[in-house]
Design a protein around this ligand. Structure first.
Ligand code: DGJ
Length: 371
């Protein structure tokens, strides 16, 4: 598998793959002795195997764009990861929206029982257009590790308002949109960007997927200029959104959403909005995925610095641990935007205190933390 690495991958002499989880360690080695290259990632679990999908990054600032695609690794124990190669490759064809140099972020994969396909969603931005396109990309595969076939990238819900955006709110938001004295947070809170984007479709940036126990799946994304999260039910084949969607935590400026479910409660861990720089994490819980979402504050416990910077990381996913009851792992990125390939990973066990998720620093740990 080593040959599948880009030539920018730092070559190191094969070393033993890791046996413990070392949050923020400079190198997380795979079974080839290479630093794992799967940033902004998510985990898909099948039988006894975890599959880690993430952004493949190369060296230098151009590594913030997709030069290779989405990488996938497999593991049975969450510490020894085998590189399974490129799951979704960028296209050489410069007419393709998925061309090399576009931006692919936060890929997530779920399995569709009806079609027998693996479905990947990701945040997609067009080459040379910064973050303005704000598209949701979709690809499918017959095999978990791919190759994934790119279907499309699009804005979501053109011509459809969220279920919890009343007629009265629509009118207020339309008025606010015309009010030049209002600033972005206020415009975001009242839903002015929903009105602005009604016809062309809603923005979708940082995102995740959540497949519920009944087989229904949801797309959760930072929309409305990153001011408000949207939760959308997916169609039966998981390749589109249905009209069933809501806005949650309006105007709260959440990025990096990670959703999980403990017993019958849904939890959200997310970040604030500071680009690649870390900021205080947030958490929330709800009795249904559509809400109402109750904010629980910063899940981090520790020093002031830990609270301010979430251990110098940003959430990307929460992993349910196989074979352990109510055991969940916070999965975060420690970004390195000047040399993105050097980005590393902060994974910590989630401990519940009075039913609220909390995170404490551990320099090195293993799954016995959950015993
Ligand atoms: C923060 C997001 O969480 C990342 O995925 C990425 O889009 C950066 N912003 C870009 O600045």
């Amino acid at each position: 598998m080593a040959g599948l690495f880009s030539c920018n991958q730092k070559k190191t002499a094969p070393r033993e793959a890791q046996k413990t989880i070392k949050p923020g360690a400079e190198r997380w080695l795979d079974t080839d002795g290479q630093h794992i290259n799967a940033h902004g990632g998510g985990i898909y679990i099948e039988d006894d195997t975890y599959y880690w999908f993430g952004e493949h990054k190369i060296a230098g600032e151009e590594g913030n764009r997709a030069m290779v695609g989405v990488q996938v690794y497999s593991s049975k124990n969450l510490t020894e990861w085998t590189n399974e190669g490129v799951a979704l490759a960028v296209h050489g064809d410069t007419k393709s929206m998925l061309q090399k140099g576009s931006t692919i972020e936060r890929p997530k994969v779920i399995y569709n029982d009806k079609t027998g396909k693996y479905v990947m969603w990701f945040h997609h931005e067009l080459k040379g257009k910064g973050y303005e396109a704000a598209l949701a990309g979709v690809a499918t595969a017959d095999k978990v590790t791919g190759p994934y076939t790119y279907l499309t990238s699009r804005r979501l819900h053109p011509g459809v308002y969220p279920k919890n955006f009343t007629l009265e709110q629509q009118q207020l938001a339309a008025t606010a949109l015309k009010d030049t004295s209002l600033k972005r947070p206020e415009l975001g809170r009242v839903g002015a960007y929903l009105v602005r984007d009604y016809e062309g479709g809603q923005m979708s940036r940082d995102m995740t997927l959540f497949k519920d126990a009944d087989g229904t799946a949801y797309h959760i994304t930072a929309s409305e200029e990153n001011q408000t999260l949207h939760v959308s039910e997916l169609t039966d084949d998981f390749t589109k959104v249905t009209d069933n969607y809501v806005r949650i935590l309006p105007g709260k400026r959440n990025e990096a959403p990670a959703v999980f479910k403990k017993d019958s409660t849904y939890y959200l861990i997310s970040s604030g909005l500071t680009g690649w720089k870390p900021n205080p994490a947030r958490s929330a819980k709800a009795p249904t995925i559509f809400g109402p979402w109750e904010e629980l504050g910063n899940p981090v416990r520790g020093s002031e610095e830990d609270l301010k910077k979430t251990f110098r990381s940003q959430s990307t996913y929460v992993i349910p641990v196989l074979g352990k009851q109510n055991a969940f792992i916070f999965m975060g990125d420690r970004w390195a935007p000047k040399n993105p390939i050097d980005g590393t990973y902060v994974w910590l066990p989630i401990k519940f205190e009075e039913e609220n998720p909390t995170l404490r620093w551990l320099p090195e740990w293993d799954l016995s933390e959950f015993d």
